[in-house]
Design a protein around this ligand. Structure first.
Ligand SMILES: [Zn+2]
Length: 463
């Protein structure tokens, strides 16, 4: 067998026992592997194990074995670095974006301050929350099982907002709109006993196998995707994104399971317009029409949806932004109608108020409007969104002293909703409602489609 060498001179040809050539679901898939650190960071004392191995080198060796395995299964692999080099994060992100992968794994190893404290367990990080990154969370859960099989230790899945409470890690947050991604840390290189294992090529091959098996199972379940279609012309004018030529267009979503089953799980489908849940009806197999009401109101809108295929693999959270032209007086009219109807028709009235808000932006006179929107969300039973707008009132409209806001205490920071991202951390156990779910993908570029959607135009911005 030919040697697989990297610039460190070591052979990284995988010689373990995993079957690599009978997994057609890996064929042609694009996997981005990011071996963490390298270069100058290898001399950081806190990234060097007791027996002198740098974390960056261990990460690279596992990444190279994994790359070899995936390539031999027919996958396309891109690595953020292939040697012991300093590769800035921006450069890694640039390579990932240019590659446009189906999924991303960033390989790291954990370290604690004291080499003799016996701390050693596997952990997996994903961006944001289960709500914002359901597909990455699915991948994390598969890797968790593999890490536990590898190490015999209970593994932890955590939001990367544990470390960067507002944004998460740049590697995962910046790629969250491209593909599902995780950061894996199979163990602590700082642990004396484990550092001996990490210097063993066979152990590193087994660690690469853990990633390989998780990726393989994930891709076998399929990456769900979807296309959103409008039955009207779309153009971009000024700051108005994807301006619709009609305020009553048919809005249709075509779903793809990502595997041979050809089906999505209809009970998993959730669609919202501007944060307000909307209904939908099936018009063909895996094709659904969005029921947004009588019309789309003037302003900027966001359609958001998420679903799972029949193998419980979750899609990424998909968002499309579009606008309906507004004329003078529309905003005041929407506020008046929305406010008047809030009690007998809260959902539709809330959509009017949100449309008005999108037209006003940061208008300092919006204080009452923001309060009404919070009230509207409470009326439709969405306390999280209500709190978001109430906190906005508290933070940006400080003249309002009447409301008794549920102020966010600093101690609650890790569980607060931040721009709709509910931050959660799961240690070893998985909430029962999430059991058995899996991954995603959506049409990447605005496009005009043909076939049954011949008259429809498509827009898409994946979040
Ligand atoms: Zn690291």
């Amino acid at each position: 067998m030919a040697a697989v060498l990297c610039s460190c001179g070591k052979d990284h040809r995988y010689r373990g026992g995993a079957a690599l050539d009978d997994r057609p679901w890996l064929y042609g898939k694009k996997i981005f592997i990011d071996p963490g650190h390298g270069g100058r960071s290898s001399s950081d004392l806190f990234r060097v194990s007791r027996n002198g191995q740098a974390e960056g080198e261990i990460n690279l060796r596992v990444a190279m074995f994994l790359s070899d395995m995936l390539k031999r299964s027919g996958a396309y692999v891109s690595l953020s670095r292939k040697g012991d080099s300093d590769t800035p994060l921006d450069e890694r992100l640039r390579i990932a974006e240019a590659f446009s992968p189906d999924l991303l794994v960033s390989i790291h190893h954990n370290g604690s301050q004291h080499s003799c404290d016996g701390v050693n367990y596997p952990s997996i990080l994903f961006w944001g929350s289960v709500k914002t990154s359901p597909a990455s969370y699915d991948l994390a859960r598969l890797l968790k099982s593999e890490f536990e099989r590898l190490t015999g230790r209970s593994a932890v899945i955590a939001s990367d907002m544990i470390f960067f409470s507002e944004t998460g890690t740049r590697m995962l947050s910046k790629t969250s709109g491209i593909c599902p991604g995780i950061i894996g840390e199979a163990g602590f290189f700082s642990d004396e006993k484990h550092s001996i294992e990490l210097s063993d090529k066979v152990y590193l091959e087994r660690e690469a196998e853990a990633y390989y098996e998780a990726i393989s199972l994930y891709l076998k379940r399929g990456i769900p995707s979807a296309e959103l279609h409008f039955s009207c012309g779309i153009e971009t004018r000024g700051i108005m994104p994807n301006l619709l030529s009609d305020c009553r267009p048919s809005m249709v979503i075509r779903f793809y399971s990502g595997n041979d089953d050809r089906c999505i799980d209809p009970s998993s489908l959730r669609i919202s317009l501007d944060g307000v849940p909307v209904s939908f009806k099936k018009i063909l197999s895996d094709v659904y029409q969005v029921d947004y009401g009588k019309e789309l109101y003037p302003g900027i809108h966001r359609l958001r949806f998420v679903f799972r295929n029949t193998r419980s693999q979750s899609s990424m959270v998909s968002q499309a932004h579009f606008s309906v032209p507004a004329k003078k007086g529309d905003r005041a009219c929407l506020i008046g109608r929305g406010r008047a109807g809030l009690h007998h028709s809260p959902r539709n009235s809330l959509l009017m108020l949100l449309s008005a808000y999108s037209l006003g932006g940061t208008d300092p006179g919006d204080e009452r409007l923001v309060g009404d929107i919070a009230k509207g969300f409470l009326m439709i039973g969405d306390k999280n969104s209500a709190d978001f707008y109430r906190n906005k009132l508290r933070l940006y409209y400080t003249t309002n002293k009447r409301e008794n806001f549920s102020a966010v205490e600093l101690s609650e920071r890790l569980i607060v909703d931040f721009h709709g991202k509910k931050i959660q951390c799961f240690a070893s156990s998985v909430p029962s409602e999430n059991k058995g779910r899996k991954s995603s993908k959506i049409a990447k570029n605005p496009a005009v489609t043909t076939g049954i959607f011949g008259i429809f135009k498509t827009i898409f911005n994946r979040h």
